[in-house]
Design a binder for this molecule. Structure first.
Ligand SMILES: *Cc1c(COP(=O)(O)O)cnc(C)c1O
Length: 764
């Protein structure tokens, strides 16, 4: 029933409560406080314990039906598997309770109609109604999901629940209206209660999806495991404390409030004798919802044994009630074990729990036998070395990145000066802001008045939100449908990458912000510009707020005539699409076409936004960038000398005898390697570093964490000295473009690969 990812998550709170819920169901069937006080018993069994079955439905909704809405294809197969499993359990339970049912006279007047009614709605033994209810409820939700989105399905489920309420706890009111009373009485010929798969189950199944939303698939912490600590050399400690209630506390408060309301509701209905049955209350829905969210925030790992045990307690406890009654009669202990309701309940609890745990153990043994070897657990979380609370004095690390914030500001102002008024910069801070560190860069950009950002994926967007970045964050790439709830939760704007994807976004029913990508010739992402009707259809999707529409120019960096002609064609194609949309009455807004080279080469196509990346970081991609000289590089890469030594002629250094000293050679070991993002081929391509304002060649093969340099000509270099890999030292400078040229790649690749292991230091 669970996927691997989910099995490792912290669902311990749910598993624990499953046990409690199973024991509460047993309480409903034994009325433990009946011999103490009837109001207390009512509270315990008809109010508190009424949370348990809805809770079970919610678990199913969360783990099985979420997939139907958010994962489409795999969701259906998961649903089928679960339905099969439920049917098998139901069939087995029917057989198990057949003798008891016959003994109790349940099947005396068994007509085919009666049998069907029992099988589908009431259950063949009193507690077994749960299985057909779950199967029926899931089937209803599944069928609805084929035509409607989650919001609409929720609405219908809520209506069904309200309909059910008036045949359950509120039937006293219904009876007063003759037409209603007649209608419900007709329904009661089909089923004994409205507490079944038609009226009760759908709402809680759907609530399980909503409650589980933010917790499905990868949790936030899995996303955010490698955030760098930002050490500011100026203005330290600007972190604001959060003033609002933490979400789990808020959920707990809501749980308490709704449960109090539900208790008041139940006692009022009881006082006025309105209840025909007492399974359904208005406030049961919020109570169950907030309880579920509270349980999800319990930081305990999952316990499969408890899950299995609770199922068996649910199935077996009525049998133990019979066993205890029989045994008590035989042993003449009826007064003690049956008439004392509390002892009776405890006996049932003990026997059922013991049986449940035995069954869990047995099924675990069975599972062990069929586990395939090599079934290694997936390791999802990665501990970071630079946690927020590890204090490292700026500049004392082995290697680091320095960010010149004045240069960043200069670049922002320069780009803005090239753009028409009203055109907003929407900087690309994807790939950790091209290796610069997305959080510090986005924070500084915000300070400079930037309100819109582009990232590549949801995880990057969430990280920015958690760092307190406000404004619009556009995800330029694909997000798996199971993560749509995260888009909603973190107010991230999703790119519509093609038309089928738009349908998935629509199908989620979530209120989401999107920008439509239009494919005008790059043929990477976007709805083709040849299909404006598909683009128009996205504007019709009610749950999607289409805040923008854009295209990406694939050859705007090149001055070659054919590239210029192609770019012009792309730009025209985009305007044609927006024109067509406008003619058809689409209220489209938020246009953008230009990345860095587009801004510099085609400023006339600047619309509502532009998406500069590399230009903002002040890195010109070689000679090709016009005005490249007007930009200032933001990033420098530095590393310390870890050790010094002198090689005798003929001695080798580094891996693979790649370097052999021709004469006596003084070398230094720098504490930076390819794991930090230094390209490994650099040493064989004539790479240098700067130390004390002088060039020193890289020698041997670059290692994962160390790099060797030849410092023979240089004097006075000692351990701990700083070498510059990218940036200036004295009158010398090594640019990212130079490095990229040596490695036959572009600056974007060099920069974006600079590792998560490096700290960022900001200076002004
Ligand atoms: C990365 C990216 C950008 C930024 O590109 P630069 O060339 O670095 O300015 C803009 N738009 C899209 C769609 C991108 O993927």
């Amino acid at each position: 029933m669970e996927t691997k990812t989910q099995a490792q998550k912290n669902y311990g709170g749910l598993d624990l409560f499953r046990m409690a819920a199973a024991l509460l169901v047993a309480a409903i069937h034994t009325s433990p406080l009946a011999s103490v006080n009837s109001s207390a018993d009512f509270f315990f069994t008809r109010v508190l314990a009424r949370i348990s079955v809805p809770f079970f439905f919610m678990v199913t909704g969360h783990f099985v039906l979420s997939a139907v809405f958010f994962q489409m294809n795999s969701g259906t197969s998961r649903l089928k598997k679960h339905l099969l499993r439920l049917s098998v359990l139901y069939a087995a339970s029917i057989l198990l309770y057949l003798p008891l049912g016959i003994y109790a006279g349940h099947y005396k007047n068994l007509t085919p109609g009666n049998a069907l009614r029992m099988l589908i709605f009431d259950g063949t033994f009193y507690h077994l109604w749960y299985f057909p209810a779950c199967i029926l409820g899931m089937s209803i939700i599944y069928v609805l999901s084929r035509f409607l989105n989650l919001r609409d399905v929720t609405f219908i489920s809520a209506l069904l629940y309200i309909l059910g309420l008036f045949g359950d706890s509120y039937f006293g009111l219904t009876e007063k209206v003759p037409a209603m009373s007649a209608m419900y009485n007709a329904m009661f010929r089909l089923f004994s209660y409205t507490r079944n798969g038609l009226f009760l189950a759908p709402l809680f199944l759907v609530l399980g999806i909503w409650a589980g939303h933010s917790f499905t698939s990868l949790s936030d912490t899995d996303f955010l495991d490698n955030g760098p600590a930002v050490l500011k050399s100026a203005a330290p400690g600007k972190n604001r404390p959060a003033l609002s209630l933490p979400p789990s506390l808020r959920d707990a408060v809501f749980l308490l409030l709704s449960f109090c309301a539900m208790t008041a509701e139940a006692f009022t209905l009881r006082f006025f004798k309105l209840q025909r049955h007492d399974s359904m209350y208005f406030f049961l829905a919020p109570t169950a919802f907030f309880l579920y969210r509270c349980l999800l925030s319990v930081p305990r790992s999952s316990r499969k044994a408890l899950r299995t045990a609770s199922t068996w307690i649910y199935i077996l406890h009525p049998a133990f009630i019979v066993v205890i009654r029989g045994a008590a009669r035989l042993l003449h202990l009826t007064n003690l074990l049956v008439n004392n309701s509390l002892l009776h309940y405890l006996a049932v609890v003990c026997l059922s729990t013991a049986a449940g745990l035995v069954m869990a153990h047995l099924s675990n043994q069975l599972a062990k036998k069929i586990v395939l070897p090599g079934n290694m657990p997936l390791c999802l979380s990665k501990k970071t070395f630079f946690g927020e609370n590890i204090a490292i004095c700026p500049g004392t690390e082995r290697a680091w990145i320095e960010l010149n914030i004045n240069a960043l500001e200069h670049n922002v102002r320069f780009l803005q000066s090239r753009l028409p008024v009203g055109c907003r910069l929407m900087p690309a801070v994807k790939a950790d802001a091209y290796g610069h560190g997305a959080v510090p860069i986005a924070k500084e950009l915000s300070r400079l008045g930037i309100r819109d950002f582009c990232v590549a994926c949801a995880a990057e967007g969430i990280r920015l939100r958690q760092a307190g970045i406000k404004g619009q964050i556009l995800i330029l790439g694909y997000t798996h449908p199971s993560q749509f709830p995260l888009l909603h939760r973190y107010r991230l704007t999703q790119t519509v990458v093609d038309y089928p994807y738009a349908e998935k976004l629509w199908h989620s029913g979530l209120k989401l912000h999107v920008h439509i990508a239009v494919d005008t010739g790059m043929h990477r992402l976007g709805i083709r510009c040849e299909s404006p009707e598909q683009i128009a259809a996205v504007y019709q999707m009610k749950n999607l707020s289409t805040d923008g529409i854009f295209t990406h120019l694939s050859a705007c960096d090149s001055p070659a005539p054919e590239c210029r002609a192609f770019t012009q064609k792309q730009i025209q194609a985009f305007y044609q699409v927006t024109e067509t949309l406008r003619k058809n009455g689409c209220r489209c807004r938020g246009f953008h076409l230009l990345s860095s080279y587009g801004i510099l080469n085609y400023p006339e196509a600047a619309e509502d936004y532009v998406r500069p990346g590399i230009a903002l970081y002040g890195v010109s991609g070689g000679e090709k960038m016009p005005f490249g000289d007007s930009l200032q590089p933001v990033l420098s890469l530095k590393a310390r000398v870890a050790s010094l030594r002198t090689l005798q002629p003929g001695e080798s250094a580094g891996y693979g005898l790649d370097y052999i000293a021709a004469q006596e050679t003084r070398i230094a070991v720098l504490a930076i390697g390819y794991a930090d993002g230094l390209p490994r081929e650099l040493s064989s391509r004539g790479g240098n570093v700067l130390i004390n304002g002088k060039k020193a060649p890289i020698i041997g093969r670059i290692c994962m964490d160390q790099t060797l340099i030849d410092i023979s000509g240089l004097s006075r270099i000692s351990q701990g000295d700083i070498a510059v890999i990218i940036g200036a030292s004295g009158t010398q400078e090594i640019t990212a473009a130079e490095l990229a040229g040596q490695c036959s790649t572009i600056t974007n690749e060099i920069l974006s690969r600079l590792g998560a292991r490096l700290n960022r230091i900001l200076f002004w």
